[in-house]
Design a protein around this ligand. Structure first.
Ligand SMILES: Cc1ncc(COP(=O)(O)O)c(C=O)c1O
Length: 373
């Protein structure tokens, strides 16, 4: 009899999509997890040139072109201050595939993966696809992930814990001290720290610090992508890096599920990573301004919002019925519980939208707040 695997029956289509479908056509969409900027012109051009010259027609090496992996290694040297051998990088179909191959390579059926709660929806789903059990870890009041809670939750069945800073859905950025603690925990407990750094460049007034910088063992694997930093979500280009033995295991999964990342996207990513970076700074400056407009508006409504220090999301505490009322009035926001039980009582608002749109949305949110109070 044909049936479906237990693993697939354990996961469902993300709650975020349901929210989009519930919203009217003219709704203002503050539910989206992608920047509203164009991909930098030089990145687009590099892909077009490669396509026109016939350089993007075939498979690349499974790990990706050498030029892309060198650009990724140079990026880590420039931005993160750690050395990566280009041989220890796999270019993937977005950060999503990087997370998938990392979990496939490190999690056995029945093993546990500690995930931030609320946290990005894929951690729970991809852990289940690998046959593992996600174990939610509660965040602090300021929505950062407490290393002490991660350490307490470790059992002999723990294969990995996920760190995501700057974070989706909270916008929280872990302190350098916390990130050092995650490295220590990975070392001392001999568990994998899967560090999802896709929002790494989008921080306001503080820098991201990767746990890979401090780990003494090879127990940290880093996932990153061009998706958010260069507004390239549609190109599907991310990567994963770690020690040679870990990359070799992840490559086994990548080779069979993906073969290689899309060749045109690899050309675009190489140009994005090694070209001028002022486009990123401009985008981050715009996000910071938008964040301030949004936070002021939410404060005026009396909604308490931990100040996001990165990414482009805010997560106010909202009264019962607020999300439904806001969506009914034409502004799409995502209920916090779409990101785990710990998200209850919150909403995720993306400010990847222009200031005028945000102001318009704030009017609607204000009316929704009055209606449910
Ligand atoms: C925290 C986090 N990690 C990974 C991803 C996946 O990104 P990509 O579009 O590169 O697959 C996302 C996308 O929203 C994300 O928010």
């Amino acid at each position: 009899m044909t049936g479906f695997s237990r693993r697939i029956e354990e996961i469902s289509i993300s709650g975020i999509r349901e929210v989009f479908e519930a919203a009217g056509e003219d709704a203002i969409n503050l539910g989206l997890g992608q920047p509203d900027f164009p991909t930098p012109e030089h990145a687009r051009r590099a892909a077009v040139d490669a396509v026109e010259a016939g350089r993007a027609d075939g498979y690349t090496s499974n790990k990706g072109t050498r030029a892309l992996r060198e650009a990724i290694a140079a990026k880590h040297d420039r931005d993160n201050g750690f050395a990566v051998d280009p041989e220890d990088v796999i270019a993937t179909a977005g950060g999503s595939e990087a997370l998938h191959v990392a979990l496939e390579a490190h999690v056995d059926p029945g093993e546990e993966v500690l995930v931030p709660d609320p946290g990005f929806v894929s951690y729970d789903a991809l852990t289940r696809l690998a046959g593992g059990t996600p174990v939610p870890v509660k965040l602090r009041e300021d929505l950062t992930l407490p290393p002490e809670a991660v350490e307490e939750a470790i059992t002999e069945d723990t294969a990995a814990f996920v760190v995501n800073s700057p974070a989706n859905p909270t916008g929280a950025v872990g302190s350098e001290a916390d990130m050092r603690e995650f490295a220590r925990i990975a070392d001392e407990h001999d568990v994998l720290c899967l560090s999802d750094e896709v929002y790494e460049r989008i921080t306001f007034g503080r820098d991201h610090h990767s746990p890979l910088t401090d780990a003494e063992s090879d127990n940290v694997v880093v996932v990153n992508a061009c998706s958010k930093t260069y507004s390239m979500t549609g190109w599907r280009l991310g990567w994963v890096t770690g020690s040679t033995r870990r990359v070799e295991r992840m490559l086994r999964a990548h080779q069979y599920v993906q073969a290689c990342a899309s060749a045109p996207a690899q050309y675009a990513a190489t140009a994005a990573l090694s070209g001028p970076q002022d486009v990123v700074d401009e985008m981050v400056t715009a996000f910071e301004r938008r964040r301030d407009v949004l936070l002021d508006g939410l404060a005026d409504m009396g909604l308490e919002t931990p100040t996001p220090q990165g990414a482009f999301y805010a997560m106010p505490r909202v009264p019962e019925g607020w999300v439904e009322e806001t969506i009914d009035r034409g502004v799409v926001v995502v209920p916090g519980e779409a990101f785990g039980a710990g998200g209850a009582g919150h909403a995720r608002i993306s400010y990847a939208a222009g200031i005028e749109t945000l102001k318009e949305a704030l009017e609607v949110m204000g009316a929704a707040t009055d209606a449910v109070r």
